[in-house]
Design a binder for this molecule. Structure first.
Ligand SMILES: NC(=O)c1ccc[n+]([C@@H]2O[C@H](COP(=O)([O-])OP(=O)(O)OC[C@H]3O[C@@H](n4cnc5c(N)ncnc54)[C@H](OP(=O)(O)O)[C@@H]3O)[C@@H](O)[C@H]2O)c1
Length: 286
């Protein structure tokens, strides 16, 4: 079924979503602060709105793909939003998301929060998925339309959930990417190209998910039996990574953050526990 929608925010992500909705036969009205970013999309069949108010007027469902929630306020302040469903697919903190839900409710609009879990080129591709949270009836009413950009995974009525899941995924992703670069920098200090190290690093990255099941068990039970890789042993290695980084002149902020978690776990008397006891430091319970 073809459903008209409005999409505001034409960065790489917004543009990819517009192209996907158009390809599936949905009429799309677009608006972007930098108007020229809509040119190619208009050639492909999108309708350009001259103002945010005109864009919002064009459809009941208004998708936002903006840098953050502050941009939503910049764009929608003063616009008549009564009766609209705003699907905000922009990243931000849970606090600001809750404030946005209240701000929209005061204006007679409902908020569905989304977190897109693929990069722009994979929008709409097999395996793409998007977290949603907010009123269930609103999600149910629009899930078929939203499925165009990726499998819609509904997390619950609490508006902050999609944002939390999104940030949690990015928490792991960004830290892992920074770790990957730091480890490449270490081998490159010896004049070794990253390409020579890559097969080993790939093997390492692939193996990380094999730790997941046991980690989940420890985190959910609060029990961290440490027969194999305990905090003292792993913490000594964390010290060595910092030492290697210092002696080779690399930036030490990332390995020192990891070292600090191990040190504080040891100070909290968890040295003989599994390395998963770091969770209790992160969680503020140790
Ligand atoms: N790109 C990805 O791979 C990816 C993946 C998953 C999730 N996301 C999330 O999707 C959202 C959009 O991503 P993107 O890569 O398309 O971001 P982007 O390049 O930062 O584009 C953001 C859009 O927001 C607009 N904007 C920013 N501040 C504004 C303001 N104050 N007033 C009006 N418009 C404003 C920009 O308008 P102008 O064109 O005028 O600058 C642009 O259209 C972000 O929240 C991002 O975290 C992105």
């Amino acid at each position: 079924m073809s459903t008209p929608l409005t999409l505001i925010g034409l960065g790489p992500m917004g543009r990819a979503m517009v192209r996907t909705f158009l390809a599936q036969g949905h009429p799309v009205t677009v608006w972007n602060r930098t108007a020229s970013r809509a040119d190619a999309l208009v050639e492909q069949g999108a309708t350009r709105a001259d103002t945010p108010a005109q864009a919002v007027e064009a459809a009941k469902v208004v998708l936002l793909s903006l840098t953050d929630y502050a941009a939503m306020h910049d764009v929608l302040d003063g616009v008549d939003l009564a009766g609209k469903t705003v699907v905000n697919l922009s990243s931000d903190t849970p606090d600001r998301t809750l404030k946005a839900a209240a701000w929209l409710a005061e204006r007679g609009a409902e908020l569905l929060v989304g977190g897109v879990m693929v990069p722009a080129p994979l929008v709409g591709a097999d395996g793409a998925y998007v977290f949603y949270s907010g009123p269930k009836d609103v999600f149910e009413a629009h899930k078929d339309l939203l499925a165009a950009i990726g499998r819609p995974d509904y997390l619950g009525e609490d508006h902050t959930l999609a944002q939390l899941f999104y940030q949690a995924q990015l928490d792991c992703f960004l830290t892992a990417l920074a770790g990957m670069l730091h480890s490449m920098a270490l081998v490159k200090t010896a004049g070794v190209p990253a390409a020579a190290f890559a097969p080993y690093l790939r093997d390492n990255l692939d193996s990380i998910s094999t730790y997941l099941d046991e980690t989940v068990e420890h985190v959910d039970s609060g029990q961290h039996p440490g027969d194999l890789a305990n905090v003292i042993m792993m913490g000594a290695t964390a010290d060595h990574v910092v030492g290697a980084s210092e002696s080779t002149g690399l930036d030490t902020a990332l390995p020192k953050a990891v070292q600090s978690l191990y040190r504080r776990a040891v100070e909290a008397g968890r040295g003989r526990d599994s390395w998963t006891a770091l969770y209790e430091v992160i969680n503020g319970r140790s």
